[in-house]
Design a binder for this molecule. Structure first.
Ligand code: DQA
Length: 146
C-alpha cells in the first residue's frame, strides 16, 4: 500500500478558529478525520501531521524521502519565503516521489506577498483555493500516479 504524509505548516492547527471566512470552519481534527476517510476509499496509508516549527517540517520531509512516502504539503506561511523547506521538499520530487503543494485558500487572490511560492517550482503540482477538499484532490492525484 502506498504511503502518504500529509504535512501542515504553521497556524494550521488553528483551523476553525483562524479567519474562518478565509480557511473555513473545519478544525484540524476535522481535516484529519476527513483525510482518513478519503485514504481508506483510495487505498492509501496516510498520516496527517501539523507543526509550527520549520525544522520539524524539514525533518518530516527527510523522513518521507527515506521512507519512500509521497507528500501532500501545505507549507502555510513558509510557502512564501522558506528556502530551507523548498530544498527539503525538492528532495522528495528528486527521489521520484509525488509532492503536492496544497493551500486551502487561493493565495493568488490575496495579498501580494502570498503570490510567490518558493515550493511551487519544485512540487509535482499545486492545488489551491478549494478548502479542505483540496486534500482529497491531492490524495486522488497520488493514488492515480502510483
Ligand atoms: C495557506 C496560505 C498561506 O498564504 C498562509 O500563510 C497559510 C495558509 C492556505 O492553506 O491557504 O497559513 O497555505
Amino acid at each position: 500500500m502506498s504511503r502518504v504524509l500529509v504535512l501542515n505548516g504553521p497556524n494550521l492547527g488553528r483551523l476553525g478558529v483562524r479567519e474562518p471566512e478565509v480557511y473555513g470552519s473545519a478544525t484540524h481534527a476535522d481535516l484529519v478525520a476527513a483525510v482518513a476517510g478519503w485514504a481508506d476509499e483510495l487505498g492509501l496509508e496516510v498520516e496527517v501531521r501539523q507543526t509550527d516549527d520549520e525544522s520539524v517540517l524539514v525533518g518530516w520531509l527527510h523522513e518521507a524521502v527515506d521512507a519512500r512516502a509521497h507528500v501532500a504539503l501545505n507549507p502555510a506561511a513558509f510557502t512564501h519565503y522558506s528556502y530551507a523547506l523548498r530544498d527539503a521538499a525538492a528532495q522528495v520530487t528528486q527521489a521520484g516521489l509525488v509532492l503536492v503543494e496544497v493551500h486551502l485558500s487561493n493565495p493568488y487572490a490575496r495579498e501580494s506577498f502570498r503570490h510567490v511560492s518558493v515550493v511551487g517550482p519544485i512540487a509535482t503540482g499545486t492545488i489551491a483555493g478549494f478548502g479542505v477538499h483540496g486534500y482529497h484532490l491531492a490524495l486522488e492525484v497520488v493514488a492515480a500516479r502510483v
